[in-house]
Design a binder for this molecule. Sequence first.
Ligand code: DSN
Length: 415
Amino acid sequence: MERMNYKDIKKVDPEVWKWIKEETKRERETINLIASENFAPFSVLSAQGSVLTNKYAEGYSFARYYGGCQFIDQIEKLAIERTKALFNCEHANVQPHSGSQANMAVYYSSLKLGDAILFMDLRAGGHLTHGSSVNFSGKFFKPYFYGVDKKTETIDFNVVEDLAKKHKPKLIVCGYTAYPRKVDFKTFSEIASRTGAYLMADIAHIAGLVAAGLHPSPHPFTDFTTTTTHKTLRGPRGGIVMCKDEFAKQIDSTVFPGIQGGPLMHVIAAKAIALHLASTNEFKEYQKKVLANAKILANSLKKLGYRLVSGGTDTHLVLVDLKPQGITGKEAVEILKRANICVNKNTIPFDPLSARLTSGIRLGTPSVTTQGMGGKEIELIVSFIHRALTNRNDDKKLKLIREEVKTLCKKFPPY
Ligand code: DSN
């Protein structure tokens, strides 16, 4: 164990090592505003690089299809107990390899192929696995969509209820990837119970905020809750499904053997570590700063004349409409990349442009907050963004900003 070293890769495979080194440098020298990313702590990285990767453990703790699982069993048990305690849920399955598979597990366990599901439209802030026509969720089920109100750019529950009454979905899905406002799980559960639908929340983006008690919890309101573990939760790349006890058996048998084989035990150990860290006061303080930084980000952008979808944020992310600036999201990503600022293009509600171009960009504060950046740095970052976008055809100015970004990043190394 003590001999394990990240740099062992260098000796064995210089080609792969070169790209890991380049990526490490990129992460150190770039301001990362991708709302769904974070810097996982060393303990999480180490668990993922541990000997647990060697072990097959098909099945569940104390009921496996392989010998030698006595220690693995304890790790998965810990991860489950920690999920239940942190999110106050009745049952948890920590085996999904990703958020998409967590969502798949819910749909396949609670519905028949072709059943109707009511999702938020991807273009208004939903996710690919929320009924997109190019995804299993749109191909194998019958998707209906709600969006946001044109004026407020927030969810209109009268519309959601009308759609639920009209289409009678078996499942309503809430929880989003690009919705900057709080999700009202209670009101969703009232609509679901009035219309005879199950309710699922996908809290992948806000899991860290929920764990810290800074966003309302989906429990006890949902039948199913899914999450990833690598966004605000700051753990390894992976998924978790939570549900009411009455659905436990069907969720477990859908995850394994229904849609997955052997669990990734090195990742489950890393999930357990992240869940432990997420229960600390330090994590709560971190999430408070994520929110405070997002508010400063929103206000600083507004002061410079940028239009934010819904006018601001209650969460870790803001969605900027770049139509008034005459720049597409795609162009903004390229311009900001030249200044070492990493963001993603994003459709905005009622976007006239395609998902390839988009009218917006999505910015989030989880990564820079993990680095220790605060309000002063966020204001500086907004000034970098503004200068880059307004000097987009000036190579010299973009280079200057890139150097300033590197200097800032040097003061806040993620590792
Ligand atoms: N792709 C993720 C995001 O960026 O929001 C969602 O899974």
